[in-house]
Structure formats: structure tokens, C-alpha cells
Design a protein. Structure first.
Length: 228
């Protein structure tokens, strides 16, 4: 089971995250004017590219400084992330994670657009890190295209279990709150549960296998997948 973070586990926990990304852009590229982009479901790399393309930069210019820029954003977030983000945790999520972490047949992980260090720092501040250990997953630091992330997580799960081949797609379920989460699951042949706890209404999530309004409904849907 691969979980998104923002809009799925926590809500409105990204203000400082966004500020750090923008500050890193300005540190690297100067006081340029940035237009707003719809960041929900995008990787941090894609967000940076979208902002800089909107400011007139070329892909070549963006790529030249991307790693440096992301390193600055991650370092700033490590410093500035609030110590306590527990108020941003969505209802029922701690109970759901505790329940899932006790299931010996289930491998929990993350598929998120957050850079890896930012993802870990955010979940630690939210009090959600412990149930997800050992960490398996894929992050915005692994690829710019979110559709490439599920196979990365599957490969890492296989390594953890000592398998010669990556975790099979027929045993992979992605849980997320945006059409991008649905698309990344479909690209890998995985099942997907869309949750309505984030930025999108039900009408935008119709391509999911299941749409859940609560953490309890996510648990019920997972049990149905396991039984099928």
C-alpha cells in the first residue's frame, strides 16, 4: 500500500514547504516574478519547473541548477518546519496507520511528490513517522514525472523483501487525493483508492477504483482488495 502525504494523511501542512521552495528559487535565480501554479499532486521538481517556465526560463537553464535548488529547499525546510504539525493530521489517519502497520502481510510505503527529506520531516512533525517504518516508497527527489514513482517504490519493496523482481502491480494499491495519484497508479498497473480529503471533489476522482471519504472507508476498501 503506497500512500500520498498532502491531502491524504495531512491537510494544510504545506505552507512552510511551499515557502521554502519559492525561497530556494529566489536564492538561485534572483528576485524573479513567479506566477501561481496548481501544485496539488505534482512533484517538487515539476513544481519548480512549472514556476520557472512561467517566468521565462528554458528547460536547459532549469536543469542546470535544479539539484542545487532542491538541496537548498530541503535544507531550509529542515530548519523551518514547525516542530508540531499534529493539528494537520486528517481524522482517523493515526488509527488507520496503526491498524495497517500490524498487518504482517502488508507492506506500507509512500508515493509522494515531496522531496524525500521533506516527506520524512513533515511526517515526523505530524507524529506519523513511526507507524510507517521501515520506510519504503518513492519521492519527488526520485523523478519529476509522478507516473515514474510507483515502479521505484515497487523495486525498493522487492529489495527490502529480498525478491529478485519488483513488488507486483496486482498487489499494489495507491491511496491519494488527486487525479495525479490516480494516473501514477494506472501507469504502473496498480489499483487506486482516491480520497476526498484533499483538494479535489468526487467528480474529479472518478477514474479511481474506489473513492473514500474517510480513513475507515479506506480500510474497508483495502480489505476488499485483499479478499479479491
Amino acid at each position: 500500500m503506497l500512500l500520498d502525504i498532502d491531502g491524504t494523511l495531512v491537510w494544510r501542512a504545506s505552507r512552510v514547504h511551499a515557502e521554502c521552495v519559492v525561497a530556494a528559487i529566489h536564492e538561485v535565480h534572483g528576485p524573479i516574478e513567479l506566477s501561481k501554479v496548481d501544485a496539488a499532486g505534482l512533484t517538487d521538481r515539476r513544481i519548480v519547473r512549472s514556476l520557472l517556465l512561467g517566468a521565462g526560463f528554458t528547460d536547459e537553464q532549469i536543469d542546470r541548477d535544479m539539484e542545487w535548488l532542491l538541496a537548498i529547499a530541503a535544507a531550509r525546510y529542515e530548519e523551518l518546519c514547525p516542530d508540531d504539525l499534529s493539528e494537520t493530521v486528517l481524522p482517523g489517519i493515526p488509527t488507520l496507520l496503526d491498524e495497517l502497520s500490524r498487518d504482517a502481510g502488508l507492506q506500507l510505503g509512500l508515493v509522494t511528490g515531496n522531496l524525500e527529506s521533506i516527506a520524512h520531516r513533515k511526517l515526523t512533525a505530524a507524529g506519523l513517522a513511526r507507524p510507517l517504518l521501515p520506510w519504503v516508497g518513492a519521492y519527488g527527489s526520485d523523478a519529476e514525472d509522478r507516473n515514474r514513482l510507483v515502479p521505484v517504490a515497487q523495486e525498493r519493496a522487492a529489495v527490502l523483501h529480498g525478491w529478485a523482481h519488483r513488488w507486483p502491480s496486482e498487489r499494489t494499491v495507491v491511496v491519494g487525493d488527486t487525479p495525479h495519484d490516480i494516473a501514477c497508479a494506472r501507469a504502473a498497473g496498480a489499483s487506486v483508492i482516491a480520497v476526498t480529503t484533499g483538494a479535489y471533489e468526487r467528480d474529479a476522482l472518478g477514474e479511481a477504483d474506489v473513492i473514500a471519504d474517510t480513513a475507515t472507508e479506506v480500510s474497508t476498501a483495502l480489505a476488499a482488495f485483499a479478499a479479491s
